[in-house]
Design a protein around this ligand. Structure first.
Ligand SMILES: *[C@@H]1O[C@H](CO)[C@@H](O)[C@H](O)[C@H]1NC(C)=O
Length: 190
């Protein structure tokens, strides 16, 4: 794939990732401010206030709370494995990669909140890789899931270019680079 296409895909993904992260943060902070609002209408007594404070604290600890995350020992990455047998055009590949990146963040932002924020610290690196033969994508996904990594497969709606339901891109991560390499280290760069 020509260098220009890669640059285009890269900037596209950065924007898409930024938008997704923005949404996630906004969602998390609006939930928090809702939790912190006093519930009763009258002036709360001291006991009630303390209990409410404890509840709020517990809720904050249980949910994907903000606060500083520890600096990771290792760089975190996201890989986007593109189904090459579909022979998608450049724009299509870019859009499908963006779907995958946004999808994996949306669906795992609570369960992998710390990893996602640590990945942000590194400038949310993403790598596009090629997959070709049949069951490969499913194998990669099940290996990644067994190691506790977030995954997301894009199924194309089939309105353009390719058949409906085709698996276009598998996103894995954010995850530590060495862990990702055990699953996708053998794949070629797109
Ligand atoms: C690519 O998509 C086709 C059509 O959906 C599918 O048959 C093939 O298994 C996919 N390849 C991978 C690596 O998932």
């Amino acid at each position: 794939m020509p260098a220009l296409a890669l640059v285009l895909i890269d900037s596209f993904l950065k924007v898409a990732g930024g938008v997704a992260i923005g949404w996630l943060l906004r969602d998390a902070s609006s939930k928090r401010s809702a939790e912190n609002k006093p519930t009763g209408s009258g002036s709360p007594n001291k006991k009630g206030g303390k209990a409410a404070a404890r509840r709020t604290g517990a809720a904050a600890a249980a949910s994907s709370s903000p606060g500083p995350v520890p600096r990771p020992k290792e760089e975190l990455k996201m890989v986007l494995c593109v189904n090459m047998s579909l022979k998608m055009g450049t724009g299509k590949v870019g859009a499908q990669c963006a779907h995958a990146a946004v999808g994996v963040l949306w669906s795992h932002y609570q369960s992998h909140n710390v990893a996602i924020r640590q990945w942000e610290m590194y400038g949310q690196p993403k790598i596009a890789l090629k997959v070709g033969d049949e069951s490969e994508m499913a194998d990669l996904e099940s290996k990644a899931v067994s190691l506790g990594m977030p995954t997301y497969i894009v199924h194309d709606a089939g309105r353009t270019q390719i058949a409906a339901g085709s698996q276009t891109v598998l996103a894995i991560g954010p995850a530590p680079k060495s862990q990702l390499d055990t699953v996708t280290g053998h794949l070629r760069l797109l």
